[in-house]
Design a protein around this ligand. Structure first.
Ligand code: SAJ
Length: 425
C-alpha cells in the first residue's frame, strides 16, 4: 500500500471552523487529532457529539469518531500537518487585533514539531500574522529551520490559508469553495495545496505569499461590509425622504450592473463586523471608506432602537389613557442572520437587550430557533410565532418562518422588509 502524503493531521482549535475541518479530513480516512484548550469540548467530541450547531456536522462527527479517524485532546501530539483555527478577535477602542490565541497555539505545537511538518494558519488574520507565527515557532525551536531564514530548504513549511465558509453552509462550502493558499515559499504553498486536495474540490489558488492571502480574506469581508453599509445608509436616507427602501432597491437592482444588498438592524457575526478593522488598523489613513462602513453599520443598530422608542412615544400620544408599562412589544428574531440559532454578536439580540433594559412594559420575543431566552432578557417571554398580539411589532431577523406572514395590527418597525417589501418588481 502506498504511503499517504499526510498520515496524521492535527487541528488546533475545535470551534466553528476547526471542528468541521477536522471532521472533513477524518471523513477521507486520515487520522485526525483535534486539540482544544477546553476539556469539556474535547470530552464532547470524544463522545461523538458536537458543541456547536452547524447543519450535518453532528452526523459526520459521530461517524468519524466512531470509526476512530477523529479524536480530541487538550495537549498537541506529533503529526504531519498542523492547522491552527483559533479566534482572532480585536481588543480596545482602536479595534487592534488580538493575536494572543494564535501565539498560544503556536507555542503549544512547537515542542512536538518535526522536520517535514507543515503548519497552516487558518484563522482570519491581520497583516503579518503568519510571519509573526513563524517567528514564534523559530524562537521556540532553534534546532529546526524555518522558511523565513532557510527558504525552500526549511525543515518546516508554513502557510496562511484563510477559511472562507459561510456559517449554515460550512459542510458544503468547505468542499466546494476555492481555497487561497499563501505559503511563505512556493514549496510551502505546494505542500499546503496537497493537504487541502484531500477533500477540497474547488481550486487551490496559490498566492504570492502569506500577506496577500491575509489581505484577501480581510478584503472579502470588507467588501461585504461596505456593500451592506450602502444598503443601510440607503434605508436611513429613504426613511428621511419618505421612500420605501425595499421598493427603491428592487427598482435599482433591475439595472444589469447594480446589485444592492439588503438593509438590516446592523451587521452581526464574528467575521464581517471584525475583519474590516484589521485593515483599518494596518492602514488607518488610507482605509477611510472601510472605517466609515463599519461605523454606518454599527450605528444602524442604535437607529433601530431609537425608532422603537419613538414608536412607543407615538403610541402613548395616540393613547393618553395608557402608560409605557402598558405598551406590549413583539420582537421577531434574535439570531445574527436568518435561519440559524447563533446569537453571538447579533444586532437583533443587542436591540432586544437594550429595549428590555429601557422599556417597562411586556416584551414578547418570537425566535423559532431557540428554546430559552439568553441572559439580559429575563423579563421578556419567548412565544410562538402565531401568538404575537402587541402594540408595536419589530421585525429584526427575516427567518423563513416569518416570511409571507401578514402585516400585524399595531405599529410596525420592519428592519428586514418582511412586511414592507415590494414583491411585485
Ligand atoms: N447582512 C445584511 N444584509 C445583507 C447581507 C447580510 O444586513 O444583504 C448581515 C447579516 O444579517 C449578518 C451579517 O450581515 O448580520 C453577516 O452575514 P453574512 O451572511 O453576510 O456573513 P457571515 O458573517 O455569516 O459569513 C461571512 C462570509 N463572508 C462573505 O460572504 C464575504 C463567509 O464566507 C466568511 O467565511 C465568514 O464571514 C468568515 O468566517 O469570515
Amino acid at each position: 500500500m502506498t504511503k499517504k502524503p499526510f498520515e496524521r493531521i492535527s487541528v488546533i482549535g475545535l470551534g466553528y471552523i476547526g471542528l468541521p475541518t477536522a471532521a472533513m479530513f477524518a471523513s477521507r480516512k486520515v487520522e485526525v487529532v483535534g486539540v482544544d484548550v477546553f476539556k469539556a469540548v474535547v470530552d464532547t467530541i470524544n463522545r461523538g457529539e458536537v458543541h456547536i450547531i452547524e447543519p450535518d456536522l453532528d452526523i459526520l462527527v459521530r461517524a468519524v469518531v466512531t470509526e476512530g479517524y477523529l479524536r480530541a485532546t487538550t495537549v498537541p501530539e506529533p503529526a504531519d500537518a498542523y492547522l491552527i483555527a483559533v479566534p482572532t478577535p480585536f481588543k480596545g477602542d482602536n479595534h487592534d487585533p488580538d493575536l494572543s490565541y494564535v501565539v498560544a497555539a503556536a507555542r503549544s505545537i512547537a515542542p512536538v514539531l518535526r522536520p517535514g511538518n507543515l503548519v497552516i494558519l487558518e484563522s482570519t488574520s491581520p497583516l503579518g500574522a503568519t510571519e509573526a507565527m513563524a517567528d514564534i515557532l523559530a524562537e521556540e525551536r532553534p534546532d529546526l529551520t524555518f522558511p523565513q531564514h532557510a527558504g525552500e530548504a526549511s525543515d518546516i513549511r508554513v502557510a496562511h490559508c484563510p477559511e472562507r465558509v459561510l456559517p449554515g453552509k460550512v459542510m458544503q462550502e468547505l468542499i466546494t469553495n476555492d481555497r487561497v493558499i499563501g505559503g511563505m515559499t512556493p514549496a510551502c504553498s505546494a505542500r499546503a495545496a496537497a493537504l487541502y486536495k484531500t477533500f477540497v474540490t474547488g481550486a487551490c489558488v496559490i498566492a504570492s505569499g502569506p500577506r496577500v492571502a491575509e489581505m484577501a480574506k480581510l478584503t472579502e469581508n470588507s467588501f461585504r461590509d461596505v456593500n451592506i453599509a450602502f444598503a443601510n445608509e440607503l434605508s436611513l436616507v429613504s426613511d428621511r425622504l419618505g421612500i420605501n427602501v425595499w421598493e427603491l432597491i428592487a427598482l435599482a437592482n433591475r439595472h444589469p450592473r447594480v446589485n444592492i444588498l439588503q438593509p438590516g438592524p446592523g451587521v452581526g457575526g464574528h467575521c464581517i463586523a471584525v475583519d474590516p478593522w484589521f485593515i483599518v488598523s494596518s492602514a488607518p489613513e488610507q482605509a477611510r471608506l472601510i472605517r466609515t462602513a463599519r461605523e454606518v453599520n454599527d450605528s444602524k443598530t442604535t437607529w433601530v432602537i431609537e425608532k422603537v422608542l419613538a414608536a412607543i412615544g407615538s403610541h402613548l400620544t395616540a393613547r393618553p389613557d395608557k402608560t409605557a408599562s402598558d405598551v406590549v412589544l413583539a420582537l421577531y428574531g434574535l439570531a445574527f442572520k436568518p435561519d440559524i440559532d447563533d446569537l453571538r454578536e447579533s444586532p437583533a439580540l443587542a436591540i432586544a437587550r437594550l429595549l428590555a433594559s429601557r422599556h417597562t412594559g411586556p416584551i414578547k420575543i418570537i425566535e423559532p430557533n431557540i428554546d430559552t431566552l439568553p441572559r439580559g432578557l429575563e423579563k421578556a417571554t419567548l412565544i410562538a410565532p402565531d401568538a404575537a398580539s402587541a402594540d408595536i411589532h419589530v421585525m429584526l431577523v427575516d427567518h423563513t418562518a416569518f416570511r409571507g406572514t401578514a402585516l400585524p395590527r399595531g405599529i410596525v418597525v420592519d428592519t428586514r422588509g418582511v412586511w414592507s417589501k415590494a414583491s411585485h418588481y
